[in-house]
Design a protein around this ligand. Structure first.
Ligand code: BDR
Ligand code: CA
Length: 362
């Protein structure tokens, strides 16, 4: 009998010891790596804006993201209208718990250019959302950004989807935030031509000096530019899907999408509307949606035809010219250090399906 017990005890003890080691290892692993499924704290800096509206609603309906603050920058509409739009949207989403603050009133060194032509006279596709039950946060937008980054060091992902004025001002006011930011995912720029003219993308064109500050800050920066937005097109097929389901957010976004698809028919071939700002949020949710290439990006601030262009150094080097008498001689090449992950491709269908699935029924 005793003997029998002994035989039984041996494998039991072995099993117990193995389990204990596994538990200890699991705890050790958990303490050094982020929890699986952990949410990403984001600050959404926006100039709402139709595609800003879609981006915000995607962020608010995605469990991977925890929107800690919304800051408003002038761009598509004035600072005042942008703040009003942001408040009405958080109210629609029943998220008065998220601070919404106004920031800069104009770009750093140039006059504001608004885009009612593309976004509707109120910036939200002429859709009149109910008055907001949420109140604006009294803090200045850039102070809110600075405060949040200090409150959650190494945890905040900045997602700016408008001109980069607020972000540049925040860095200038408190440079110590730079190493405390987890990452920055911007919608803006292009390495293959612009959408406001031959060279520049709208968000960068609307404040090139601010953009140059943000690109040179020295933090982990991902640029989701026209290469992504122009491929991730909200086509009539996706509009149809969005129109089949209902809910306050869903119905609002379906109306915005209808307006944008209509614009694409008026000014283009009707194949759909570029999902510029939602793509940046998509990347925050799932970085595998895009293919990136590391390069050094500078923003052109002086070019007669190229002001606002994001100049990406694809080769990764510059020639070294040395003056010899009355001429320069190329004496070698100098490597340039990448400062940006430039998105060069996107899995558009996977992203659009994600977008529709998140909005559907909300
Ligand atoms: C960008 O410009 C704005 O009009 C859009 O909201 C988007 O952020 C696209 O160039
Ligand atoms: Ca925008």
């Amino acid at each position: 009998m005793n003997h029998g017990l002994c035989v039984f005890q041996f494998p039991y003890r072995k099993y117990f010891t193995t389990s204990l080691i596994l538990i200890v290892l699991l705890f050790a692993f958990a303490s050094v790596s982020p929890a699986v499924g952990a949410t990403k704290k984001i600050i959404f800096d926006t100039d709402p804006g139709t595609d800003d509206a879609m981006a915000l609603m995607l962020a608010l309906t995605s469990p991977e993201l925890d929107v800690r603050a919304i800051t408003v920058v002038p761009g598509n509409v004035t600072a005042e209208m942008g703040l009003e739009n942001a408040l009405r949207m958080v109210s629609l989403a029943n998220r008065c718990d998220i601070p919404v603050a106004g920031g800069a009133k104009h770009p750093l060194f140039q006059k504001l250019i608004t885009a009612e032509m593309w976004h509707g006279k109120n910036g939200l596709a002429n859709i009149e959302l109910p008055a907001s039950k949420c109140k604006a946060d009294p803090r200045f937008g850039l102070d809110l950004i600075i405060e949040m980054i200090h409150k959650y060091p190494h945890e905040i992902t900045l997602v700016p989807v408008g001109p980069l004025t607020n972000i540049a001002l925040a860095i200038s006011k408190d440079p110590s935030i730079v190493p405390l930011v987890k990452e920055v995912i911007i919608m803006g720029g292009s390495i293959t031509g612009g959408n406001v003219n031959a060279a520049a993308e709208a968000n960068i064109y609307n404040d090139p000096e601010a953009a140059q500050i943000v690109f040179q800050a020295g933090w982990p920066l991902t640029m989701s530019g026209l290469e992504v937005g122009n491929k991730a097109m909200l086509s009539p097929k996706y509009l149809e899907q969005l129109s089949k389901t209902h809910g306050p957010i869903n119905d609002f976004i379906a109306q915005v999408a209808k307006y944008l698809v209509g614009l694409s028919a008026k000014f283009g071939d009707g194949s759909g509307s570029p999902m510029y700002d939602p793509s940046a949020v998509g990347i925050a949710i799932d970085p595998t949606l895009v293919k990136t290439q590391e390069m050094h990006v500078d923003v052109e601030t002086r070019g007669e035809f190229t002001r606002g262009e994001t100049v990406g150094n694809r080769g990764g080097y510059v020639e070294r010219n040395v003056l010899h008498g009355d001429r320069y001689v190329i004496e070698g090449i100098d490597k340039v250090t990448p400062n940006t992950k430039v998105c060069i491709d996107v899995d558009a269908d996977r992203f659009l399906q994600l977008f529709v699935s998140r909005i559907a029924g909300k």
